[in-house]
Design a protein around this ligand. Structure first.
Ligand code: CIZ
Length: 369
């Protein structure tokens, strides 16, 4: 049997469904956070949070996909806005004993894995990620056990338990160099959970890969036709695409990159208009760095009529000023990870960090993106 047809015989487990109900619940929780504040209420909340951050020896680290309010507050209060890895690294280097992680569950877990001595709190501990949900640890473990000849590489958007079973963890910024490195060692790769990022990496490297069939509910929606049409209206616009998007969208990109990579690309002084295929929370940093430029959301299919913007991640939107104030007051929503899982999950994360250091790969330039 040929290698290809052997691969076609491999059956992936049936993944949990990301149902409309699940999305609606997240959207309903998010709606409580995004409901309009009066100016006085907003100021009162911000003042209270800043005071509580000091009182609790806490620092706020927010992901690029959170609301403008949270990103601004993180910056104004001495915290940080970044991708998941840099959020964890910043938390590690910062002297605060409590990290408030505004993002989704796997980000809180990564922060805890790298900072076990610190208290890690999240505004809403139910904020999750479709990629994480579609890769339960038991299914992943069974699949790895069934294919021991493959090196397992998991994306950062996975639970601590999945990371604990993986050989490598990668972020979108470092996936390509790590897979190239494995290819040089003639290793075959079992990739999970994002099929679009996996197939992008496979197309770029030619590595023999088994690709888990998960996807991000947001990036899955971008439509190549919509981007082509928008490009007719804005012929000078550069198309910036996150590699969690489908292949036909990636094919239209001028730049394919991680959140940090796309923010860097938007700094190009020769380009003033961008069509951006990723979660629109990223516009906060893009517009802050280049206030005169035009940033357009890449067109999508739409998640349904109930969301504020159909491209806003419903789980990221569960983070707000109200529940942030609440966790600071109560100490609720603390991330805990069983120590044996944490120690095992640290190994593939550390492998990635060591690789980045040895290869002198800058995963993040402090101060710009
Ligand atoms: O790792 C992250 O923060 C995510 C979710 C994406 C990226 O490209 O940085």
């Amino acid at each position: 049997m040929s290698v290809q047809s052997e691969k076609e015989q491999i059956k992936f487990p049936e993944l949990p469904l990301i149902t409309e109900d699940l999305l609606s619940k997240a959207q309903a929780s998010a709606a409580c956070q995004t409901a309009e504040y009066t100016l006085a209420e907003r100021k009162e909340l911000l003042d209270k949070i800043k005071k509580l951050l000091k009182q609790q020896d806490a620092v706020l680290v927010a992901h690029y996909y959170t609301s403008d309010d949270l990103q601004q507050l993180a910056e104004e209060s001495g915290g940080y806005v970044a991708d998941s890895l840099e959020m964890a690294r910043f938390g590690h280097d910062h002297p605060a004993s409590t990290l408030i992680v505004a993002g989704v569950r796997f980000m809180g877990e990564t922060a805890k894995i790298l900072n076990p001595e610190k208290r890690v709190l999240m505004p809403d501990i139910e904020a999750t990620c479709s990629l994480d949900l579609e890769c339960p640890a038991d299914l992943f473990t069974d699949f790895c056990d069934a294919h021991p000849e493959y090196t397992s590489v998991v994306y950062a958007n996975t639970s601590a338990a999945v990371k604990a079973r993986a050989d490598w963890v990668v972020t979108s910024g470092i996936a390509l160099p790590i897979i190239k490195h494995l290819a040089e060692r003639n290793e075959k790769v079992l990739w999970a959970p994002d099929r679009h990022l996996g197939s992008y990496v496979q197309r770029e490297t030619g590595v023999d890969m088994l690709i888990w069939p998960g996807s991000c509910v947001i990036h899955e929606q971008f439509k190549a036709d919509g981007i082509r049409n928008l490009k007719k209206e804005y012929p000078k616009a550069q198309v910036l695409v996150h590699p969690e998007s489908p292949a036909e969208v990636v094919d239209l990109a001028d730049v394919v990159g991680s959140t940090t990579g796309l923010i860097k690309a938007s700094l190009n002084p020769e380009v003033n208009e961008f069509i951006v295929a990723t979660e629109p929370g990223i516009f906060y940093k893009m517009k802050q760095a280049s206030p005169g430029k035009i940033f357009l959301e890449a067109p999508s299919g739409g998640l349904g009529g109930t969301c504020e913007s159909c491209l806003r991640c419903p789980w990221m939107a569960m983070n707000g000023l109200r529940n942030l104030a609440e966790v600071l007051e109560t100490g609720a929503n603390e991330i805990t990870i069983e120590e044996d899982i944490r120690v095992k999950a640290l190994v593939p994360i550390q492998r990635m960090l060591d690789f980045a250091r040895e290869q002198q790969i800058v995963v993040k330039d402090k101060g710009n993106a």
